[in-house]
Design a protein around this ligand. Structure first.
Ligand SMILES: Cc1cc2nc3c(=O)[nH]c(=O)nc-3n(C[C@H](O)[C@H](O)[C@H](O)COP(=O)(O)OP(=O)(O)OC[C@H]3O[C@@H](n4cnc5c(N)ncnc54)[C@H](O)[C@@H]3O)c2cc1C
Length: 429
């Protein structure tokens, strides 16, 4: 089957099966707003929605089209929490701020499903919980800690042994796993388009094909220039994550873009699909260099993971993904893989997201470390609170570049190499 194309989006399963896009024509001429939002992924769209909802005049500028970045390309796994546990959050941010952040992190999935329900977003959303497969003793220990810490926040986390987990996912290749009731899965591009539609319905002005090329101070506010237009706004929000360019000096150096790739099979037969993820969960792993997988609404097997060394988003090698999928599920045999694509996640030094005040009235939110479906939606809300002058749960930080950012490729290479070896060692211990 020839993939359906979009003028801007690279071909993917999600482009082929997404809900229609809300019109977002390029900005032409001058515009005025209370808030100019740069970036049309979940972060920017959620910020636009939450600001428009309280009556702010919002103009959102997206270089390509809403959902073009990671938001329209990801695995659609609505993952709960952060990569670090509440105890670590409190250690880093202090008891009081840390507690607020942990409570906020506890509620990220709720926010996603609440928005989907409230704005009737058609995005094949399911909430059977999130599964994480454990790998070796390190993985089991991490899940015991996860269960203990998050259950203190009222979360239902179930730890499963090898057989119990195999019954849930249809593969016995893991040492066990856990089910966290907060999570779920969705069609990510449809979700992005649904947020765009809701934001537009609330009054936000959305412009695709409108890369912000310059930001300058204008009186007490900001002027954002695009190839054919300009926006004057009191406030500015930047949500460009792994696609951050040189627009704001130093912002690009706060994250490291790392490519992630996905392959999707042809639809499985009903009999085959029943042997794989019968509960239609989304699954991730405790491995350092991890894989993630799920079925889509048409029973295609959707399998993602990091690239090989020196892959770029447009030239990823997908062989290792297909091989791992068949290793986990030998019943897939030599199934055809209809789609493959990639995108950039944004990694931060501390593996936690960041909300930054760039200048008076200007904020950026980014750095989801590959777990941003729920958290970027929440970040949009947090950015809106910051703009409104209400104390958000997130700590507002200053812009801080990653030291030796220029050597980032070496860091990614090192992570891929050493992580894969350490993962293997974990299994032997
Ligand atoms: C392959 C892949 C799989 C993933 N799987 C999952 C998953 O299953 N679960 C999960 O939780 N997370 C996952 N993630 C991460 C998640 O997708 C991201 O964290 C999230 O989408 C980030 O949203 P965002 O809005 O901050 O950034 P993006 O969606 O990347 O949007 C940034 C936007 O900014 C625009 N932009 C950049 N510069 C400018 C400019 N100068 N002017 C105007 N616009 C500009 C870009 O065009 C882009 O559309 C995955 C990511 C990838 C790439």
């Amino acid at each position: 089957m020839a993939p359906r194309t979009s003028p801007d989006l690279p071909p993917s399963l999600w482009v082929d099966t997404a809900a229609p896009a809300t019109p977002a024509p390029p900005l032409v001429g001058p515009a005025e707003a209370d808030v100019a939002v740069i970036g049309g992924g979940f972060t920017g769209l959620s910020a636009a929605l939450h600001l428009a909802e309280v009556g702010k005049r919002v103009v959102l500028l997206e270089a390509a089209e809403p959902g073009w970045g990671a938001s329209g390309r990801n695995g659609g796994q609505v993952n709960p929490g952060w990569k670090v546990l509440p105890s670590e959050i409190k250690r880093r941010y202090g008891a009081e701020r840390g507690e607020r952040i942990a409570r906020m992190a506890n509620g990220t999935c709720d926010l996603v499903f609440e928005l989907i329900e409230r704005f009737e977003i058609p995005c094949d959303a399911l909430r059977p919980g999130f599964l994480q497969a454990s790998y070796g003793g390190r993985g089991r220990k991490a899940q015991e800690n996860w269960a203990r810490e998050w259950s203190a926040y009222g979360t239902e986390v179930e730890l499963l042994d090898r057989d119990g987990f195999a019954a849930l996912i249809g593969s016995d290749k893991y040492d066990g796993g856990m089910r966290d009731a907060r999570g779920g899965n969705l069609q990510p591009l449809s979700y992005a388009r649904g947020l765009a539609k809701a934001a537009a319905w609330l009054g936000a002005q959305l412009h695709g094909g409108s890369p912000a090329t310059e930001v300058t101070r204008q009186g007490a506010g900001w002027q954002v220039t695009t190839p054919e237009g300009r926006v004057s706004a009191e406030h500015l929000v930047i949500g460009t994550n792994g696609y951050t360019d040189e627009l704001w000096p130093g912002l690009k150096e706060t994250v490291v873009p790392a490519p992630s790739f996905i392959v999707a099979s042809r639809p499985l037969s009903q009999n085959l699909a029943k042997t794989i993820l019968p509960g239609r969960h989304a699954v991730s792993e405790t491995r350092r260099v991890l894989f993630y997988f799920r079925l889509d609404r048409d029973d295609r097997f959707v399998f993602g993971g990091r690239g090989k060394l020196f892959d770029s988003v447009d030239h990823g090698q997908m062989g290792h993904l297909k091989a791992e999928a068949v290793r986990l599920y030998p019943q897939l045999g030599d199934i055809d893989w209809d789609f493959s694509w990639g995108g950039y996640v944004a990694v931060t030094r501390e593996h936690t997201p960041r909300l930054m005040r760039l200048a008076p009235g200007a904020f950026a939110g980014l750095g989801y470390n590959g777990r941003g479906v729920a958290m970027s939606t929440m970040m949009g809300k947090q950015l809106a609170l910051a703009i409104l002058g209400e104390d958000p749960d997130m700590e507002i930080e200053q812009l801080r570049a990653i030291p030796l950012h220029g050597l980032r490729q070496i860091g990614i290479t090192w992570h891929l190499l050493s992580g894969a070896w350490l993962d293997r060692l974990d299994r032997l211990r």
